[in-house]
Design a protein around this ligand. Sequence first.
Ligand SMILES: [Zn+2]
Length: 398
Amino acid sequence: MAHEEAAKPGAGMKLVIRNIGLLLSGDLQRPILDADTVVVQDGRIAAIGHQKEVDTEGATRVIDASGTALVPGLIDSHVHPVAGDWTPRQNQIGWIDSCLHGGVTTMISAGEVHMPGRPKDVVGVKAMAITAQRAFAALRPSGVKVLAGAPVIEHGMVEEDFRALAEAGVRLLGEVGLGSVKDGPTARQMVGWARKHGIQSTIHTGGPSIPGSSLIDKDVVLAADADVIGHINGGHTALPDAQIRSLCEESPRALEIVHNGNERAALFTLRTAKESKQLHRVILGTDAPAGSGVQPLGIIRVIAALSSVGEIPAEVAFCFATGNTAHIRNLDSGLIEVGRAADFVFMDAAQHSAGKTLLESVRLGDLPGIGMVVIDGEVRSERSRNTPPATRVPKIVK
Ligand SMILES: [Zn+2]
């Protein structure tokens, strides 16, 4: 595992990626772009087009995509990190590095709740959130951007606490419901204070995940009005279909489907969102580490499952874990668009997939083969050690 400081990634570098076979934008409105070349300057996308049209002079690095697909770096909207690349939940190290090999370039904390001896008093909650925010801002495990510092609300917190957290750089609330606040009115008041001070919130949805957590039903979710309806498909225990339908129809908030949830409820959510033309609200997470472990391929597994069993074009399913999340989470990554952070995954159909192309293979339920991952314009991994082998892989030619 390489642990590096996050300061000024990609500065002074010009990266040219040529011979791209398929360019997925991450944008639900236009998921496929007509281009074969992407130019990156100082870690940001500077140009997208055909090789003849864009300025490729003076490249400090050139990657031949070998006809593979270039996809925005995947965003895991729901993780529970604790400290660096170690998780006490299953006592594993290197789980974030493993997820990099599954195409994940950004992770968003839904609370550092697995911290052994997690403080529950207000001063301790704030101190731990600020510490996590600082630690993961300073240190990106294997280059992965971990947006952490997500306090879980507890009784006794007042507006001044949210103001102070925001002033200290905290931008997220951990899952509402994992702390002592489990009632709608109190949650709504605290979520409102958080929102007022620029802190985005997520709520636990469904039955308890582990002993000590509890049921949060649709009435509490609707009353709390958090920005993200966390694991709407349960973590793992899902709400009844009628309640999931209510959340899709009565709330305007993000519909987060997780790997560590109920698969049938995930498909029900997808179908309901599709019928009500709400696919732009669908975002993906793993909810790892958890009781069911860590899932390095969790995000691509959900993409392949939703596309194949949920009958969604693969290029649309990729948007759920990229552009949709970027829009809802106000990230500068997640889309292949000029000005965005140059976070990319090179993919191809896995060797011997029945699908002839990446999109066809995913539509058939196969996992893609990952050939390279780039974060802020820097190559972070080459052929994935975790996915089935990609048919073609990109080559670094300079
Ligand atoms: Zn949860």
